[in-house]
Design a protein around this ligand. Sequence first.
Ligand SMILES: NC(=O)c1ccc[n+]([C@@H]2O[C@H](COP(=O)([O-])OP(=O)(O)OC[C@H]3O[C@@H](n4cnc5c(N)ncnc54)[C@H](OP(=O)(O)O)[C@@H]3O)[C@@H](O)[C@H]2O)c1
Length: 263
Amino acid sequence: MDKVLEGKLAFITGGSRGIGKAVALKLADWGADVIINYYKNKEKADQVIKEIEAKGRKGYAIQGDFGKKEDIDRVFEEIKDKFGYLDIFVSNAVASGREVVGGFAPFLKLREKGTDRIFNITVKGFIWSAQKAVPLMKDRKGKIIAISSTGTKDYMPYYAIHAAAKSALEALVRYLAVEVGPMGINVNTVSGGPVDTEALQLFPDYELIKERVSKMTPLGRFGTAEDLANVVALLCLPEAEWIQGQTIVVDGGLSLIRGTKES
Ligand SMILES: NC(=O)c1ccc[n+]([C@@H]2O[C@H](COP(=O)([O-])OP(=O)(O)OC[C@H]3O[C@@H](n4cnc5c(N)ncnc54)[C@H](OP(=O)(O)O)[C@@H]3O)[C@@H](O)[C@H]2O)c1
């Protein structure tokens, strides 16, 4: 693929590992300069920047907690001061590790702390970020892409709060798409089926999920971070501009056979 995103500047939250990292590297492959945000893993973020630079692109990492409005404001101020514009914003960060205790649990064991944390990052984090990203995209035909999960439609153990937050995120994407469409900005959601990242490894019975899902998926394998990153990159192309406010499911066809039994 040619450097179809040459001259574009992308910003990805949670770009230090997993799907966010794959998106950062894919957009760099296609010629974009890339800013990533990370929360705790500075070393991993620095490594991603090295990989972006090795592709001949500019890379820049900014620490920030996207569950806190003051951090979000600070990160976008830094982007505004250093670059002054933005073409692509990918809202990908998700609460993980000890952060989700009380929010990643069976329904009757849900507690306020983890629940608030998940909503603050996934839902409010998207609102405060998009409010800052849009003015930086003035006259640039910007692309805003939120990463969601097909867990909004299925039952997954411990996933009630993430599923509820992602459902809210998908609704916010539709509302924003209508309101900023007249500015030439595309807003869409990429909704992934299970992908093998650290976030997935938190699930009880992770190995069993992997084995079952691989067997059930029509395309016959488990999803990768690159599978999602490829579709994010496609949505950044000018040719995708007529896709607006949609939730694009990227799961190898798994959701088509929802409800059928494992063969
Ligand atoms: N894995 C799946 O099966 C799957 C499927 C569909 C959709 N998704 C979605 O894809 C996205 C990425 O998931 P993943 O599996 O790649 O997750 P992951 O491997 O757990 O990575 C999470 C990323 O988010 C960052 N992060 C965590 N807390 C943050 C905070 N408070 N502020 C800013 N950044 C923060 C982490 O930064 P540090 O490294 O600094 O901690 C890391 O870069 C999420 O929105 C997730 O819901 C995942």
